[in-house]
Write a new protein. Structure first.
Length: 412
């Protein structure tokens, strides 16, 4: 099966090569990466690969750990999608070279290996590229899978190529899995248990924001919120959610006059619409940065301040969850040391929601009534939600995988 894969990928490569070569010669970074040219001017210690944005963020956490332990380490990162490449370029230090993943064709991967000359290849989550693995194995370069996962549907599909997959897995040096279920699915294809560790999900190991009383006070002053106020920050809100939040606020302010709401719509072009809702509610309002004490509602009219606002909040709500959008990043308040509330529409953030509720970093609310009750319970101390702290040194999934990578590099 692998032999057939190599033939098919090579024939497809011959078909696209003239166009790809022309585009690469014109400076197209996608095709330069796909053809494995201009990847890095110097040999690297690690070639780290992620499919797209989610996997890039996992590797970003891992690289932060590695750079802290060994600042001089040299890394080249690849991704498949343009958003993945752009995310890597925006999040990673400038000294990390970034490109699109070369085509998984024998000659192209060989060219890429000769350019990069990595001492180790690190792959995130589910990426299995036969020619990449072969090129590394032929050069005795260890390949490590981090945050490994395999769904039930993928397991069923892989059974048709179980023999080939068993051979590919034997070429890996080490596996670090998100869960026991993921490990068991890989073991069903003949993976040796002594090379497989369950470390948990690395996406939850993002560094926590630095928080100080002085910085919190400065943010609150900027948004017009006094120290004695209870601040609820509602971020990335969508149509329908602002009206719910304003109704809840109007209902609660009779009992809790210290309650203040900061509204940060997901899209700023809706700001006029959201302002009109505040007018209709009769609640006193102001805009972020007005420089005055805000009466009840502060509207955020700019980008790039939401993480700071979460840092200054007593409680957060993340939008796209009380209406059928699928949810926005409900982990952002957690990294800012702030408990979070969210609605039931969580298709995009299901794993994060499970993680948050399991650790009591927040709560699911299914309606406006539950949202109001949760806010009241937090204010009065009836609902105690945890604030995330840094993991013990060496205990996080990222630290476990990072330690192994550094130790293995010493012998690679």
């Amino acid at each position: 099966m692998i032999f057939l894969y190599r033939i098919v990928t090579y024939l497809l490569y011959l078909l696209v090569y003239p166009w790809a070569r022309f585009q690469a010669a014109r400076g197209n970074d996608l095709w330069r990466g796909r053809l494995g040219t201009g990847l890095s001017s110097k040999p690297v210690d690690l070639w780290m690969h992620a499919a797209s944005v989610g996997e890039v963020r996992v590797l970003t956490n891992l690289m932060a750990y590695l750079f802290k332990a060994r600042p001089q380490i040299r890394v080249h990162a690849t991704a498949i999608t343009r958003t993945g490449v752009e995310t890597a370029r925006s999040l990673l230090p400038r000294r990390v070279s970034v490109s699109f993943l070369p085509l998984d064709v024998a000659g192209v991967m060989d060219r890429a290996m000769e350019q990069l000359r990595p001492r180790m290849v690190v792959v995130a989550e589910t990426e299995i590229w036969p020619n990449l693995i072969r090129a590394a194995a032929n050069r005795k370069i260890p390949v490590v899978l981090v945050n490994g996962r395999m769904s039930e549907s993928s397991q069923r599909k892989y059974r048709f190529i179980s023999g080939s997959l068993r051979g590919l897995l034997s070429s890996y040096d080490r596996f670090f899995f998100k869960s026991e279920a993921d490990r068991d699915r890989y073991l069903s294809f003949g993976l040796s248990p002594d090379r497989a560790s369950v470390t948990g999900d690395m996406k939850f190991d993002a560094p926590l924001a630095l928080k100080s009383r002085e910085w919190v006070d400065e943010i609150r002053t900027e948004v017009g919120i006094a120290a004695e106020h209870f601040l609820l920050v509602a971020g990335s809100t969508r149509p329908g959610e602002e009206a719910i939040l304003l109704d809840v606020l109007a209902d609660l302010r009779n009992r809790y006059p210290q309650l203040r709401l900061v509204l940060a719509p997901r899209h700023l072009e809706r700001l006029g619409e959201v302002e009109q809702l505040t007018v209709q509610s009769g609640l006193p309002r102001c805009f972020y940065g007005d420089g005055k004490l805000c009466g009840a509602v502060s509207l955020v009219d700019r980008m790039g301040v939401l993480n700071d606002l979460y840092l200054a909040a007593d409680l957060a709500f993340v939008g796209g969850t009380l209406v059928d959008i699928g949810g926005h990043n409900i982990l952002e308040p957690v990294w800012a040391h702030t408990p979070v509330l969210f609605g039931p529409y969580l298709d995009n953030v299901a794993e994060a929601a499970e993680y948050i509720t399991a650790n009591k970093y927040g709560r699911l609310v299914k309606s406006a009534g539950e949202l109001g009750q949760a806010i009241a319970d937090v204010i009065e101390g009836r609902l105690e939600l945890n604030v995330k702290e840094e993991e013990e040194t060496g205990r996080s999934a990222t630290a476990v995988a990072g330690k192994y990578i550094l130790e293995r590099l010493n012998h690679a």
